[in-house]
Design a protein around this ligand. Structure first.
Ligand code: HEM
Length: 483
């Protein structure tokens, strides 16, 4: 039984009424890292009427995500997420209920686990090829590539095809840009520290306008999902014998132990897959490219490696990745410095607990600062440098695995424990294949006069570049490779 006479973790006192809320600010991940340097790797902050603990190094992440994983496997109920999560009936914001467990199991079994992934490799290949075609067309038209926009369009089409049986956008353009803007609004609004969350009695005032903004995002998302869903129902007959993911979920709504997935759960789950499945990987690929354009020698070394293994007469394929150690190291370094969700998603406990000698009362929020963990100078030499060599044999990062098989919690861009990213295998594949394909198939050049890349991040649930990267891409393989 947790001993309530143990101390709470140390932390800043903040100001009367608001507590530490003003110290957190918009760039919560970096402000919290700064506070952790002063108060320690496990810190507690009173935010209005709520208590929040923050874990900022590997051993504190282990204490919460391994030792106390079951207690902290729930999610809080932030006002900003209520509408977009269909009142928390989705996978990402639900408490760890039997329905959540069943949805996660169906995702792993029918969509995101190793065997299921192999089944939809042709879809990924076809969309990567379309992306390469789009880049060639931009080259022929003498235009720079808006990397992030094209990645979102590509991944939304991959997710659309495998989840709900159809591509979402014909091509990159107005429609896909609207989708990207919806994602951006959702991920920015979803992470704002909302005064109403910490002062429930004045939540109805919606002082920062977050609730109404998120309701607008939800309505736009729901309109898109309704269109896709109706189309899906209309074309049910054409998929007999070849069901997509939604067909499989509909056919397995009740689990062996009786947990039931409702139609609203299905819709909310599709929404999760579109949001979590597109933005996260695109953010990492865009940052990795920005780092490589700042360090052209790294890009050239990657091109040399991919050319030696893949040649010049075809595009890179997922099956090449195990033979490309430098590509793997570049992507790990991108994930270390630029994890797409710097504070993961918030966790929540419904019971008192004792963690690492501290008392943590029930109804405490937990944030794990994976951004700070990836830059911890006690673990990473010269942590701010983009240096893929650290992950190669003999490098200090050699034993670190972003997917968590190393078990040391020093590099956890996908989180860890029972709430860790359910799409981590495919997330890693997206990043590796997209970085590899774009580096192998094109030479890259920044627009004249824009050689200084702005490396500021736009704060939010995800951490994209504040100024989107644009660069000219010139085909570098033999024409046969692009046919
Ligand atoms: C580079 C790519 C990705 C990164 C870095 C990433 C990272 C994360 C992180 C940090 C979490 C929260 C873990 C926690 O709160 O403990 C998460 C959750 C989640 N991710 Fe990912 N993710 C990526 C790609 C994907 C993809 C491709 C999908 C699906 C197609 C996906 C689906 C999800 C879902 C559904 C959750 C919620 C899981 C739950 O609450 O049980 N992610 N991801």
């Amino acid at each position: 039984k947790p001993r309530s006479r143990l101390p709470l973790p140390p932390g800043p006192r903040g100001v009367p009424v608001l507590g530490a809320l003003p110290l957190v600010g918009a760039s919560a991940h970096s402000n919290l890292a700064r506070l952790a340097a002063r108060y320690g790797p496990i810190m507690s902050l009173r935010l209005g009427s709520h208590l929040c603990v923050v874990a900022s190094d590997a051993s504190s992440a282990r204490a919460f995500l391994k030792t106390a994983d079951a207690q902290f496997a729930h999610r809080p109920d932030p006002i900003s997420a209520r509408d977009v999560s269909y009142q928390r009936q989705n996978l990402a914001m639900s408490d760890a209920t039997p329905t959540w467990k069943h949805m996660r199991k169906l995702c792993s079994f029918h969509l995101l686990g190793g065997k299921a992934l192999a089944d939809w490799a042709p879809t990924r290949r076809a969309e990567y090829r379309r992306l390469v075609d789009a880049l060639r067309r931009l080259h022929d038209a003498g235009q720079p590539v808006p990397i992030f926009d094209l990645l979102i369009c590509t991944l939304a089409n991959v997710v659309g095809t495998i989840v709900i049986g159809g591509r979402v956008f014909d091509d990159h353009g107005d429609e896909s840009n609207k989708f990207k803007d919806m994602l951006s609004d959702l991920l920015t609004g979803g992470a704002q520290f909302n005064v109403g969350d910490f002062f429930p009695s004045i939540a109805w005032m919606d002082l920062q306008g977050i609730r109404s903004k998120m309701l607008g995002v939800h309505k736009r998302f729901d309109a898109l999902l309704t269109r896709l869903f109706e189309e899906h129902q209309r074309t049910r007959g054409s998929r007999r014998g070849a069901p997509d993911f939604v067909d499989k979920v509909m056919a397995n709504k009740v689990s062996e132990d009786g947990a039931t997935i409702s139609d609203v759960n299905v819709r909310a789950l599709i929404c999760d897959l579109f949001t979590a499945g597109t933005d996260t990987s695109s953010v990492v690929v865009e940052w990795t490219f920005a780092e490589m354009l700042k360090n052209p020698a790294i890009l050239r070394r990657l091109q040399t490696e991919t050319e030696a293994v893949v040649g010049r007469d075809r595009l890179l394929d997922e099956s090449d990745i195990p033979k490309l150690p430098y590509l793997q190291a570049v992507c790990k370094e991108g994930l270390r410095l630029h994890p797409s969700t710097p504070l993961m998603l918030p966790h929540f406990s419904h019971e008192d607990s004792e963690v690492a000698g501290f008392f943590i009362p029930k109804h405490t929020r937990l944030l794990v600062n994976v951004w700070a963990i990836g830059r911890d100078p006690a673990v990473w030499e010269n942590p701010l440098a983009f240096d893929p060599d650290r992950f190669l044999p003999g490098g200090k990062g050699e034993r670190y695995d972003p997917l968590g098989s190393d078990g040391n919690f020093g590099f956890i861009p996908f989180g860890a424990g029972r709430r860790s990213c359910v799409g981590k295998l495919v997330g890693m594949l997206f990043v590796q294949c997209l970085v590899g394909t774009l580096a192998h198939a094109f030479d890259w050049e920044l627009p004249e006069g824009e050689e200084e890349i702005d490396m500021e991040a736009k704060p939010g649930l995800a951490l994209p570049k504040a100024v989107p990267l644009k660069a000219f891409a010139r085909p570098r393989l033999s024409p046969a490779a692009y046919v």
